[in-house]
Design a protein around this ligand. Structure first.
Ligand code: ZN
Length: 65
């Protein structure tokens, strides 16, 4: 049964790629100065005012309005 999943390593790479894409597409919005950017860390600090009061939105969760 060694060939049951011949592409398992590729599938794993694909999953890792998706995770990487998610990690690198965290939309950040500073509640203090309204600065907006895209970061890879969920605990990013605002580079404008150094505030940690950041709203995080994954890009696939964008609201419609
Ligand atoms: Zn800020």
């Amino acid at each position: 049964m060694s060939e049951a999943f011949p592409d398992s390593s590729q599938l794993q790479q694909w999953h890792q790629g998706i995770e990487m894409a998610n990690r690198n597409n965290i939309f950040c919005h500073c509640r203090s100065c309204s600065y907006e950017w895209v970061d890879s860390m969920i605990d990013a600090v605002c580079s404008k005012c150094s505030s940690k009061d950041i709203e995080h939105i994954s890009c696939w969760q964008f609201p419609d309005d």
